[in-house]
Design a protein around this ligand. Structure first.
Ligand SMILES: [Zn+2]
Length: 495
C-alpha cells in the first residue's frame, strides 16, 4: 500500500514568500498530493481515510524542507548518514562542494589543506557517478546536490598550485568538469581566497564557468577577499559569471575584520548593481563568527579566536587563542603556528552587518557548518532555527513567510533544484512541521553540539526522517527515523 500522511490544521507556509493560511498538506508516496483545506473530505481516488496517517498540526507551521545551500557535507553524508545535525534543524537538502572544495572528482590517499576541511581520510571518487553510487549505498537522511570545486579540479590537474593552470592543464580541468556536469552536478564553486586557488586568474575560472553555462548550472564563489579588497573581489565574481553566462551565488557574504565593519553598506549596493544586469544571489549564516582552518594571517591580536581543533594540541580545543598564548607565554601568531594544523572560530564580523545581509532580499540561508570539527562552530547544529528564533521572532527583521522563503523557495530557485523548496501538489514531499512559538537553536560556542527545539517532524521524499520527542528534556532521545535522501541530479538539460 502506498504510504500516505495528512498534516492537518497547520499554518501552511508554501515557501514562495506568500502569506500563510490554516490548512492541510497530504503526502502520498514520495510526492505532495494535495495542499488545501478539508483535504480529508476529498482524498485522491483509491485512497481511504483509514489508510492515511493523520497528524494534527494545530498551532504548528507546515513548511517546505529547508535547503542548506552552503555546506561541506560531501564526506559526512557517507560517513554519518543519519545527518542528525542537519535533519534536526529541518534541513532536507544540503548543497555540498562549496568554497572550491569538493570530494569529487579527485583521487588521493592523503588530502592536503584545504581539501582536508572535508574530513575525508581519502578522496576516492574520480567522477560524480561514483559519488552518486556511494550516496545511494550510504542512504543519507538528507538529499545532496553537488557543486564541483575549482580547487579540487586544480589538485587533480595542475602541477604547481602557486601558478595559473597552463593551457593544457585548463583543458584537462574543463574535460573533468564537463564529465561531472554530464553526470548531474549542480554547478561549479570556487574559493579564490585559499592559497591553492589564489594564483588562478579570473580567466581560468571564466573558462570553467563557461562549461557550467552549457549545462544550465550555477557558479558559487568564496570571494578572493572578504576584507579590504572585497569590492574588487565582488566585481571579479560578477564579471566572471557575466562573461560565462551563469547565475552567480556569493558565498557566506560578510565584511570581515574590524577595519571592514559596517562596509555591507558599500557591498550590498554593489551586489544590487550586479543583480541589475545578471542573476545574482548570496548566502549567509546567522553568526558574527566565521570558522575555518587556523591561519596566521587571520590572527590580528584584536578579534577573539576560539580553537575548534588542533592536531598537535587537542587539549586546547574549546579554548581561546589568547588564553593559549598567555599560558605558553608567546604571542597569538606564535600560538597559532604551534596549534597547526587546526581549526578555529574567528569573531570577525559585526552584528549590524550580519543583520543587514540576512534581511537583504537577495540573501538565502546556508550554515557553512564544518561537520568534522571536534568542537564545531554552533552553526553546524543551529543555523536555521537561529534565523527563526533570533532574526524573525526576536529581532523581527522579516515575516515568518520571508524567513521560510530564504530557506526554501529562494534557495531551490537559485540552485535550480527541480520541484523542491515549495509546498506544491506534485512536488517532492520534503516537508517540516515546526512550532513557531518554540523553535530555537540550542547550540552555543561553549556547547556547540545540541539539538534545536521546536522542529517537530521532518519528512524527506515523503518519509518521516525525524521526530522531536516532545519536551526539551526528552529531545536527546530524538532519533533519525527513515533515511530517504538521495543525490539530486541537475535537472536542467544542456543548452
Ligand atoms: Zn568559504
Amino acid at each position: 500500500m502506498t504510504r500516505a500522511t495528512l498534516l492537518e490544521n497547520g499554518l501552511v507556509i508554501d515557501g514562495t514568500g506568500a502569506a500563510g493560511w490554516i490548512g492541510d498538506v497530504l503526502l502520498v508516496g514520495e510526492r505532495i498530493a494535495a495542499v488545501g483545506q478539508q483535504v480529508r473530505q476529498r482524498l485522491p481516488e483509491g485512497l481511504a481515510l483509514q489508510d492515511v496517517n493523520c497528524v494534527d498540526c494545530s498551532g504548528l507551521a507546515i513548511v517546505p524542507g529547508f535547503i542548506d545551500v552552503h555546506t561541506h557535507d560531501d564526506a559526512i553524508v557517507l560517513k554519518t548518514p543519519d545527518m542528525l545535525p542537519k535533519i534536526s534543524q529541518g534541513i532536507t537538502t544540503v548543497v555540498s562542494g562549496n568554497c572550491g572544495i569538493s570530494l569529487a572528482p579527485f583521487v588521493v590517499a592523503k588530502p592536503l589543506p584545504p581539501l582536508n576541511l572535508l574530513g575525508a581520510d581519502s578522496f576516492r571518487f574520480d567522477s560524480v557517478a561514483g559519488y552518486e553510487r556511494a550516496v545511494s549505498a550510504a542512504q543519507p537522511a538528507v538529499n545532496v546536490a553537488v557543486l564541483i570545486g575549482h580547487t579540487t579540479l586544480r589538485f587533480a590537474c595542475v602541477a604547481d598550485l602557486s601558478q595559473p593552470a597552463s593551457a593544457s592543464e585548463l583543458d584537462a580541468m574543463c574535460a573533468l568538469l564537463t564529465r561531472c556536469m554530464e553526470e548531474g552536478a549542480t554547478g561549479l564553486s570556487s574559493g579564490l581566497f585559499y592559497e591553492e586557488a589564489f594564483a588562478a586568474p579570473a580567466e581560468e575560472v571564466v573558462r570553467l564557468a563557461q562549461v557550467v553555462a552549457r549545462f544550465g548550472g550555477v557558479y558559487a564563489t568564496h570571494l578572493r577577499s572578504e576584507m579590504q579588497t572585497i569590492i574588487e573581489a565582488l566585481h571579479e565574481a560578477g564579471d566572471t559569471a557575466f562573461r560565462a553566462g551563469v547565475p552567480l551565488v556569493i558565498s557566506h557574504h560578510k565584511c570581515a575584520g574590524p577595519d571592514n565593519w559596517g562596509r555591507t553598506r558599500e557591498t550590498l549596493p554593489v551586489i544590487e548593481a550586479l543583480a541589475a544586469r545578471q542573476q545574482v544571489a548570496m548566502d549567509v549564516y546567522p553568526y558574527v563568527a566565521g570558522s575555518t582552518v587556523l591561519r596566521e594571517d587571520l590572527v590580528d591580536g584584536v578579534i577573539d579566536i576560539l580553537v575548534n581543533w588542533s592536531t598537535p594540541h587537542p587539549e586546547m580545543t574549546g579554548r581561546t587563542l589568547a588564553s593559549v598564548a598567555a599560558e605558553w607565554g608567546v604571542d597569538q601568531k606564535a600560538a597559532c603556528r604551534r596549534l597547526q594544523p587546526g581549526g578555529a572560530c574567528y569573531f570577525q564580523m559585526q552584528e549590524d552587518d550580519v543583520k543587514r545581509v540576512i534581511a537583504h532580499p537577495l540573501s538565502m540561508i546556508g550554515s557553512d557548518g564544518l561537520p568534522h570539527d571536534q568542537h564545531p562552530h554552533p552553526r553546524l547544529w543551529g543555523a536555521f532555527p537561529r534565523v527563526l528564533a533570533r532574526y524573525w521572532r526576536d529581532e523581527k527583521l522579516f515575516s515568518l513567510e520571508t524567513a521560510i522563503y530564504k530557506m526554501t523557495g529562494l534557495s531551490a530557485r537559485n540552485f535550480r533544484l527541480h520541484e523542491r523548496g515549495q509546498l506544491q501538489p506534485g512536488w517532492h514531499a520534503d516537508v517540516v512541521v515546526l512550532d513557531p512559538a518554540r523553535v530555537r537553536d540550542v547550540a552555543t560556542y561553549e556547547n556547540p553540539i545540541a539539538l534545536s527545539e521546536g522542529i517537530e517532524k521532518v519528512f524527506v521524499n515523503g518519509e518521516l526522517a525525524y521526530a522531536a520527542q516532545g519536551t526539551a528534556a526528552q529531545a536527546s532521545q530524538a532519533r533519525v527515523q527513515a533515511r530517504a535522501g538521495r543525490l539530486l541530479r541537475r535537472h536542467a538539460p544542456p543548452v
